[in-house]
Design a protein around this ligand. Structure first.
Ligand code: UD1
Ligand code: CA
Length: 472
């Protein structure tokens, strides 16, 4: 055979199955581990070895959704409209890849802990002179459910036998197929076409290619993965939780090695793409999700939940604050118990205190809202103090309107700011006011009933009450 196991690399990722054992309406590869779908985890590792154009993902069950999630990575797709088995899945990429010489790397899509280093080791084995392919294996105490690796006397790979088709002695074998394969493409495709669905499941088993090539006199080698956790397939939600935990631990470890202090690391939840600057401290049970970025020398308090949040250096989020889609400058302090809904932009040194809710609020440098306020659809200049209980009335039941407050203002406690409204810079709003009209620069605005005092009035009230009680 005049083929070569060197040459360019192409990668096929099998992601068309439903994953019956997940007991989910959602395709298995769309389930997340470490804050990312399993499909993305495999694609990201694959991209460390090959360009997007060299990667094909086999989609089938919920293909549109899987393709939408993976589209940003630029990889190609091939549809498998009926899930007739892993052999059939790879066959669906034939029109794109059959004429491509070189190496073909095939990966089960349900293997979220896989690292590119392990794929490299597999490729090294498959590229040895005279070798037609290699299969990543590992040794388990309990191999139930996995395909078993049948070795030749010389230690090469003779066949892979699926659990359902295995004889009793074969079931004793504890070396299993991880579902990660590297083949010399020129020898692989003709063998794949010979695979028949003659097994109890009536499926086209990709694993049959090994026996077919071996029978044709080709040499296949196992590539044993020492850390079996890395190559375990996720078939149900128990295994998904294990994978999630491993990925979280990897993330936390890499942050700590990069200079972030994490208290009680087993309790925090930090997604793969989160960035945290050096000398920041993350307290127990904090959650940093999505593309959250925390600057250096910051502190994220216990139980705080941040999703798609950017915080400048030296910021502090006190415990139990919930922040989404928001940006804050350096030195911002938020919480405890603050709620920042989407679209907020806080300047440097802004302070948001307890039980303050923000939505689409832009706050200038050094502005403070320390207690119990709702600030929505508003823009507030720097150095303004927003008193306790201040409410922007941004919604009249039909429309949302904006409140604009200038720099250096003082908004008294319990002010009700009825939008649309402009309060110009350096103004003063009296506590308890309902403000419905624009306020010019430097003004003092009141909007409340005048206080009235009746001396000895308390005595009159009390006497009347006692008279009523006497009658009753
Ligand atoms: C497979 C292997 C088994 C191995 C195990 C490792 C086969 C026949 N068996 O079994 O030897 O020990 O992985 O985890 O390959 N898929 C498709 N289209 C299909 C069927 C499956 O794209 O028609 C995809 C699935 O989405 C999944 C992957 O292929 O990502 C593996 O399929 P799965 O059904 O989980 O295979 P296993 O039974 O685990
Ligand atoms: Ca599997």
């Amino acid at each position: 055979m005049t083929s070569s196991n060197s040459g360019p690399l192409h990668i096929v990722i099998m992601a068309a199955g439903l994953g019956t054992r997940m007991r989910s309406a959602k395709a298995k590869v769309l389930h997340q581990a470490g804050g990312m779908t399993m499909a993305e985890l495999i694609v990201r590792q694959s991209l460390r070895l090959a360009a997007p154009g060299q990667i094909r993902v086999i989609t089938g069950y919920q293909a549109e959704e899987v393709e939408r999630v993976l589209a940003p990575y630029g990889v190609g797709f091939a549809r498998q409209t009926e899930q007739l088995g892993t052999g059939h899945a790879v066959l669906c990429a034939r029109e794109f890849l059959e004429d491509q010489p070189g190496m073909l790397l095939i990966i089960n899509g349900d293997c979220p802990l896989l690292r590119a280093e392990t794929l490299e080791a597999l490729l090294d084995t498959a590229r040895r002179p005279g070798v037609a392919g290699a299969v990543a294996s590992t040794v388990l105490d309990d191999a139930t459910g996995y395909g078993r690796m049948i070795r030749t006397d010389a230690g090469a790979l003779a066949a892979i036998v699926e659990e359902k088709a295995a004889s009793a002695p074969q079931r004793e074998i504890r070396e299993i197929n991880t579902g990660i394969y590297a083949f010399d493409a020129a020898r692989f495709w003709p063998a794949l076409k010979q695979v028949k669905p003659d097994n109890p499941a009536r499926e086209y088993y990709l694993t049959d290619v090994v026996g077919i090539l071996n029978a044709a006199g080709e040499t296949l080698l196992p590539s044993v993965v020492a850390d079996r956790r890395e190559v375990l397939g996720v078939n149900n939600r128990v295994e998904l939780a294990v994978a999630d935990q491993v990925l979280r631990a990897r993330k936390v470890e890499s942050l700590m090695l990069d200079g972030v202090t994490i208290e009680n690391p087993a309790t925090v939840t930090i997604d793969a793409d989160v960035v945290v600057g050096a000398d920041s401290i993350i307290e127990a049970f904090a959650q940093l999700r999505g593309n959250t970025q925390v600057g250096a020398n910051s502190r994220i308090g216990a139980g705080a939940v941040l999703r798609h949040v950017t915080l400048g250096d030296g910021s502090v989020v006190q415990p139990y604050s919930v922040i989404e889609d928001s940006v804050a400058g350096a030195g911002a302090t938020i919480g405890p118990f603050a709620r920042l809904r989407g679209g907020n932009e806080l300047g440097d040194d802004v302070h948001i205190g307890n039980f303050v809710e923000l939505k689409k609020a832009k706050l200038g440098r050094g502005t403070k809202a320390g207690h119990l306020a709702y600030l929505g659809d508003c823009e507030i200049g720097g150095k303004t103090n927003v008193g306790a209980g201040t409410i922007t009335c941004n919604y009249d039941g039909l429309n949302k309107s904006r409140t604009v407050v200038g720099e250096g203002c003082f908004i008294g406690s319990n002010a009700t700011l009825v939008a649309p409204l402009r309060i110009e810079h350096d103004s003063y709003i009296a506590a308890g006011s309902v403000i419905t009209h624009d306020v010019p620069p430097g003004s003092l605005a009141f909007g409340r009933a005048r206080q009235c005092v009746k001396e000895a009035g308390a005595e009159i009230i009390r006497r009347k009450a006692e008279e009523r009680k006497g009658k009753g």
